[in-house]
Design a protein around this ligand. Structure first.
Ligand SMILES: NC(=O)c1ccc[n+]([C@@H]2O[C@H](COP(=O)([O-])OP(=O)(O)OC[C@H]3O[C@@H](n4cnc5c(N)ncnc54)[C@H](OP(=O)(O)O)[C@@H]3O)[C@@H](O)[C@H]2O)c1
Length: 265
């Protein structure tokens, strides 16, 4: 997307799960649009930290400020510490993007109790912890919340229990959008199609033939990130509680005679 690199000057974005994949693309898109970015990742050490610091360096090369913040969003205490770091960094928050997700890929009948707990704690409760803790700062700035959903919220996917969490979150987005509107905080979601990230590589092991899906039916992390930036921009001021599907047309047609044909979008 062609955006002014001053669109978000002096604004601050927190992107959960932005050490890699879609979250990373969102963090970079915010920086290109002029925002300073807090890059959240899950673990204080190891590749989680190294990758997050790499994203920060890329943001700094774009001329913006950035800091990595380790926090497991499934832990209320950890999210509380992250928000203290957000406040301590610039004293403000304009955009909260909820991209972090972690889930087992297995059929419902095989889910262990601890996997179910992790599914709900990270992908539902964790997002609510982030929203609750960020709300005072977002209210002060007239900020925006964007949740990253997936087509699993509305279509069957084998071995994808995360889909039911995405459906719950899309409902929560509608709920929050309405209840926060009076407080000047805008809430929406972007629902991505198939994106070739690390989680896609894992999913391949559970879904036969997934890697044979033509590139044309996949969508890039950058295409999702552009819509997140749009939803945070004044151009989207009239959009409230919506989930915008960004899937390169994957879910738009039952009839697909020539999958190899690139849609002219
Ligand atoms: N890939 C797709 O096809 C697709 C399609 C539509 C929507 N989505 C959604 O887009 C989002 C990003 O997906 P992705 O494919 O980019 O994922 P990914 O490449 O697997 O990256 C996951 C990110 O989330 C972070 N994370 C995981 N658990 C966390 C926790 N408890 N606390 C904080 N951060 C945590 C990871 O941090 P570490 O580096 O520290 O592990 C990493 O930065 C997810 O919500 C996913 O459901 C994905």
């Amino acid at each position: 997307m062609i955006v002014e690199n001053s669109l978000f000057t002096d604004k601050v974005a927190l992107v959960t799960g932005s050490s890699r994949g879609i979250g990373k693309a969102v963090a970079l898109a915010f920086a290109k649009a002029g925002a300073d970015v807090l890059v959240n990742h899950s673990k204080p050490e190891g590749t989680s930290k190294t990758k997050a610091e790499g994203v920060c360096r890329q943001i700094e090369e774009l001329g913006r400020k950035s800091v990595a913040v380790a926090a497991d969003i499934g832990s209320k205490a950890s999210v509380g510490e992250m928000m203290e770091a957000v406040y301590g960094w610039r004293g403000r928050l304009d955009f909260l993007v909820l991209s972090a997700a972690r889930a087992p890929f297995k059929p419902i009948e095989k889910l262990l109790e601890r996997e179910m707990k992790q599914l709900v704690e990270t992908n539902y409760m964790g997002n609510i912890f982030c929203i609750q803790k960020a709300l005072p700062l977002l209210e002060a700035s007239g900020g925006k919340i964007v949740f990253i959903s997936s087509l699993g919220s509305r279509f069957y996917n084998p071995s994808y229990p995360l889909g039911s969490m995405k459906a719950a979150m899309e409902t929560l987005v509608r709920d929050c959008a309405q209840s926060f509107a009076q407080r000047g905080v805008q809430v929406n979601a972007v629902c991505g199609g198939i994106v070739r990230t690390d989680s896609f590589k894992t999913l391949r092991q559970y879904m036969d033939d997934l890697e044979n899906i033509p590139d044309e039916l996949c969508v890039s992390p950058e295409a999702l990130a552009d819509v997140v930036v749009f939803l945070c921009s004044p151009l989207a001021r009239g959009i409230c509680g919506q989930t915008i599907v960004v899937d390169n047309g994957l879910s738009n047609s039952l009839y697909r005679p020539a999958w190899a044909k690139k849609p002219k979008l």
